[in-house]
Design a binder for this molecule. Structure first.
Ligand code: PMP
Length: 297
């Protein structure tokens, strides 16, 4: 893998309303967002120059900020326009898009009542989150030690930087054991999601997925549910306990970065990626195509 550090890449970054050269998009070390994780972000993909579910991501970014008790000083329409500009100016039609909003430096303590709010948007090339060959064969997941927190203990419906602390620790532990990622249970020991993607299971032609009330209800998750229903599959959102995992034949995960990726293994549970997973992978690939192309297909 090319060890290109992200701060050394080239291009432009939209920073507080202006496009700036990549190496000028910096923050001071005394920034609230860095010390207290008062930052929210998005992960999106542009396909053929068009950002998939662009507005949904901008809306979620604003919502995440509100959950953390701050207001991004740009409207959804302004954020949409800024993201499009970044993708266009960086000249990559297939790109990952990363908006991030954070509290600045005016106050440096737990209270941050008068901190200014910043927004930056970068885009770069990011071909496949998991090894492309494994995407249909199925990736291997470990079972994480950490659990998704009780909604009473963390703002778990926000895409907030602080919530990723346990994801990075869990993903590192999994990778050290040779797994691609880890599945996390929730605070009550029920199946929740992966460190950066939602999870689905298949049994007797029906699709089952955990209720997203203590973890991020992914935009890709919603798309996959919609695509599955369009194909006539029943989608059941319910509580899933880990001891049920033996009963499922297929498993896949969804995310803007991960797209739809088959799972072959979770710790000791085995799955065989099959027709339904393949169908949804294909349907997702078709759905993300820029509108002109999709209509022609
Ligand atoms: N859960 C977590 C923890 C994530 O980081 C992501 C990726 N944003 C998802 C789920 C999937 O969300 P989406 O489909 O909106 O990308």
């Amino acid at each position: 893998m090319a060890a290109q550090s992200y701060d050394r890449m080239s291009g432009v970054i939209w920073y507080d309303g202006k496009l700036v050269p990549w190496n000028e998009a910096n923050v001071h070390v005394l920034t609230h967002g860095l010390h207290y994780a008062s930052a929210v972000f998005e992960g999106e993909r542009a396909y053929g120059g068009e950002i998939f579910k662009c507005t949904e991501h901008s809306e979620r970014l604003k919502r995440s900020a509100n959950i953390l008790d701050f207001e991004i000083p740009y409207s959804v329409a302004e954020i949409d326009a800024a993201k499009k500009l970044v993708v266009e100016k960086n000249g990559r039609k297939d790109a990952y898009v990363r908006p991030i909003a954070w509290r600045g430096s005016e106050m440096m303590g737990v209270s941050a009542q008068s901190n200014t709010i910043h927004l930056a948007i970068a885009s770069w090339e990011w071909p496949s989150y998991f090894d492309p060959e494994q995407r249909l064969k199925g990736i291997r997941l470990d079972l994480a030690d950490y659990r998704r927190p009780d909604p009473k203990t963390a703002p778990c419906l926000a895409k907030a930087a602080g919530l990723y602390m346990i994801c990075t620790i869990s993903k590192h532990a999994a990778e050290r054991k040779g797994y691609a990622d880890a599945m996390m249970l929730d605070w009550q020991g029920r199946v929740a999601e992966c460190t950066g993607a939602n999870i689905f299971f298949i049994k007797d032609g029906k699709i089952h997925t955990p209720i997203a009330d203590c973890f991020l209800a992914g935009i890709t998750r919603a798309t996959a549910i919609e695509l599955a229903k369009k194909r006539g599959f029943e989608v059941i959102e319910r509580r899933i306990m880990p001891d049920e995992l033996n009963d499922f034949s297929e498993c896949f995960i969804t995310g803007s970065a991960a797209e739809v990726t088959a799972v072959a293994e979770i710790a000791n549970w085995k799955f065989t990626p099959g027709k339904i997973t393949k169908q949804l992978m294909d349907d997702y690939t078709a759905a993300v195509q820029p509108k002109g192309k999709a209509a022609a297909a």
